[in-house]
Design a binder for this molecule. Structure first.
Ligand SMILES: [Zn+2]
Length: 752
């Protein structure tokens, strides 16, 4: 569809606060047609209406001809007032048809206020042919004075429900620190249901409090096609999603987290405020149906295209953290040789290589020839080279180039004054507030220097990258309300929680995004790992500014599988990095189980490979070769189905990949510690009922054969594993869609 706003015959008088209380001057002569706009992708069609004082998302439907699936009863709530020199000044917004525009991929309804002079852009955009559409609101301050804007949500909806409609809310937690026992949530949205999901860059698990979520919600009907809508926020700062039901109305707000509040943000003269972008779409097929639309959309719209053009993405990585802070030149050289021999593709030097926190130069005692010698050796061996850095952290080193908290310039960038006896931890210091432009400039230069000086192919950032909450009154963010201010010390950091927490994180995150956007422009092939204390910054905003995530900070097989199970509902599997750590293995089956638990997405091992037996060495080498040949293409391109309950370490669990274009796929099958369940039936998904599939068990635990799709999806794929804590990889290929051929086959996966 294409549609253009027509200029109305008469100019609309702009309403403004100054006219409140007086008779309205002029009137709107609006062409009725031109108040409506539509935008669509293959999966969703949105109807928008430009009201005189506020815009409205009218409905969501699947296609032009299909009935509206979801009717919204709520016009957008635009800011009703701004703070001018401490005075609450009411705003009346008036639609400006002349400034508004729309085409098949964009809708922008513009609203203005004359006094104070503000302009608001209510925007929708379809950036891919398929998937959800994106929404954001931009408020420009066209006046010549500073204003303070109150909370403005990214997206607000109030859907009219059919009486008695049965609905579910599905959402997943971050694997921050360690995945919780639950991780993946499916809740019934009954009358009176009220839910709030929160996200920040901190995600510290606090006993008795809900874990942070990857900020998205999947809402769907429980009957038939399990159809519904999904929405999420593309931002790493402090955000919030709320969902509540009252009888036949379902309300949801997405945006910055207004708590602890009251939230306000500065609008300098000529400046603007932009809400974090939200996405909204329709899906069928329950959570996996939503995920199989959302993941490819994240890849196409949010991710860096040059990462995906790299045929080695996601890479196989050897990381030095197995030796902790003890990394040095000899260890690095040995790991590079081992990596090459094992078929790994990148040497990743973790923490321990630097002189000190904030002093991001190689330790000359550990690296007498510098990191370039390591980088160059890795490159000579055909490997890539990356390092860990906590580049927003300051500490106590005084060498030239070090970021020192006692330096008066740096002290002004900190979120709080540190006590005289403050000391950093081994690899953690104090976060600087990137929202301060001088701090941002320092960080941009420092990150560029680190990448260029050390010949990096990959940069991992760790630590609490962005500040949240700040005691300073002279930073660009809002000053704190002193009664709300709390400073706590934990894990080497001084944390500040205050009324300005969300605004502080808002400015810092935007600065972080700018720094990484610039870095990518200068180094298009550079890979960026988002670690942030292990899985705490897993969201759609960082997905747009980095290439892969450390999804948890706990690395045993169960934690790796749990974090992957949860996160893979919403983000591309290739982005989801598991670190494989040392874990007690009694036999080769346990060893493969340990490796494969971290090989469903991006694979990084942090093990002393020189301690492996020759059998383990051969098994690992084979596993890595198989990853490159058969697993990686599926991890990149295939649909993903969660074909078991969430892993609990006791029962069986598994994940299915199915590539509809190449007509092949595989199942990762894991047997937990269960003593009695020696076989398990995995009900597969995404296959054709009448098609015939060949199957191949990689470890030969079951003879190869053929099977009809219907069987795989009803009776299931049967996997036998004789030992607890073992695994199998089952490869599937579609042969034909011939019913007669199917009759000759054996029962699924049954031993001969
Ligand atoms: Zn600050």
């Amino acid at each position: 569809m294409t549609w253009t706003l027509r200029r109305p015959k008469r100019i609309i008088m702009v309403l403004c606060a100054a006219l409140l209380g007086s008779e309205l001057v002029g009137s709107a002569q609006v062409n009725k047609q031109s108040t409506e706009a539509w935008i669509s992708t293959l999966n969703v069609r949105l109807h928008m209406h430009a009201g005189l004082h506020a815009p409205k998302l009218v409905s969501l439907s699947r296609q032009r001809s299909s009935p509206d699936s979801w009717m919204n009863t709520l016009s957008e709530t635009l800011p009703a007032s701004v703070d001018v020199k401490g005075l609450e000044t009411p705003i009346v917004w008036q639609w400006s048809p002349a400034a508004s525009s729309s085409d098949a991929h964009h809708v922008s309804f513009v609203y203005e206020c004359a006094q104070p002079h503000l302009r608001l852009h209510w925007m929708w955009e379809a950036r891919a042919k398929f998937g959800p559409v994106e929404h954001r609101i931009v408020v420009e301050n066209l006046s010549n004075q500073e204003l303070w804007l109150p909370m403005l949500n990214s997206l607000s909806m109030a859907w009219r429900l059919k009486a008695g409609a049965e609905l579910k809310n599905f959402y997943v937690e971050k694997g921050a620190d360690s995945p919780s026992a639950e991780g993946t949530h499916l809740e019934t949205i009954a009358d009176g249901y009220q839910w709030i999901g929160r996200s920040s860059t901190y995600a510290r698990p606090i006993k008795g409090e809900a874990r942070e979520i990857i900020p998205a919600e999947f809402v769907y009907g429980t009957n038939g096609s399990q159809a519904g809508w999904f929405a999420g926020i593309e931002f790493s700062g402090r955000t919030r999603i709320s969902l509540s039901r009252r009888k036949d109305s379902l309300a949801s707000d997405l945006g910055l987290n207004p708590e602890p509040g009251p939230f306000r943000t500065r609008l300098v003269a000529g400046g603007k405020f932009e809400t974090p972008t939200a996405f909204l779409g329709l899906f069928q097929g329950g959570p996996d149906g939503a995920g199989n639309q959302l993941r490819p959309w994240v890849r196409e719209v949010l991710n860096n295209p040059s990462a995906w053009k790299d045929a080695h993405y996601p890479l196989l990585v050897n990381n030095s953290w197995g030796s902790g802070m003890q990394v040095d030149e000899a260890l690095s050289m040995r790991m590079i040789t081992e990596s090459k021999e094992l078929g790994l593709e990148m040497f990743h030097m973790d923490a321990g290589w630097f002189r000190g926190v904030g002093d991001w130069f190689s330790d000359p005692k550990k690296f007498p020839h510098g990191l370039t010698a390591i980088a160059d050796e890795a490159h000579r061996q055909g490997l890539r080279f990356g390092i860990w850095v906590d580049w927003t952290q300051a500490a106590l080193d005084t060498a030239p180039g070090a970021l020192n908290v006692r330096d008066p310039k740096v002290r002004d960038w900190l979120v709080t004054d540190l006590p005289a006896d403050w000391k950093p931890e081994e690899f953690k210091g104090q976060t600087i507030d990137l929202g301060v432009s001088a701090a941002k400039d320092y960080a941009a230069k420092e990150v560029k220097r680190i990448v260029e000086d050390n010949h990096l192919d990959m940069l991992e950032h760790d630590g609490y990258l962005v500040a949240q909450g700040c005691t300073r009154g002279d930073h660009p963010h809002a000053p704190p309300n002193m009664s709300s201010l709390k400073v706590t010390h934990d894990s080497g950091f001084d944390f500040v929680v205050a009324s300005n927490s969300t605004d502080v994180s808002y400015h810092a995150v935007l600065a972080y995004y700018d720094i990484y956007a610039q870095l990518r422009r200068e180094h298009p092939g550079l890979l960026l790992e988002i670690c942030n204390d292990g899985g705490r910054m897993v969201d759609f905003g960082s997905a747009a500014h980095g290439d892969y995530f450390s999804i948890t900070d706990t690395y045993d097989p169960l934690s790796n599988r749990r974090a992957f199970y949860d996160t893979s509902y919403v983000l591309p599997a290739a982005m989801l990095e598991s670190y494989v750590e040392k874990w007690p293995v009694a036999n080769l089956d346990n060893f493969r189980y340990m490796l494969r638990s971290g090989m469903m997405g991006w694979t990084t091992i942090m093990l002393d490979t020189t301690a492996w037996s020759s059998q383990q060495h051969a098994a690992a080498k084979q596993a890595f070769a198989l990853y490159k040949e058969k697993l990686r293409p599926l991890i990149r391109d295939a649909h993903l189905y969660h074909v078991s309950n969430r892993p609990d370490g006791v029962q069986w669990d598994g994940v299915e990949y199915w590539d509809t274009a190449r007509k092949d796929g595989m199942v990762f099958a894991f047997r937990g510690s269960t003593k009695d369940e020696i076989e398990h039936h995995f009900l597969l998904a995404g296959l054709k009922e009448a098609a015939l599939y060949s199957f191949h068990f990689e470890d030969g635990t079951t003879p190869d054969g053929t099977i009809i799709g219907r069987e795989l999806m009803t009776t299931g794929l049967t996997v036998h594993l004789a030992q607890p804590l073992s695994s199998e990889l089952v490869f599937l290929q579609e042969l034909q869609s011939n019913g007669s051929a199917a009759r000759r086959i054996r029962e699924p996966g049954r031993k001969r």
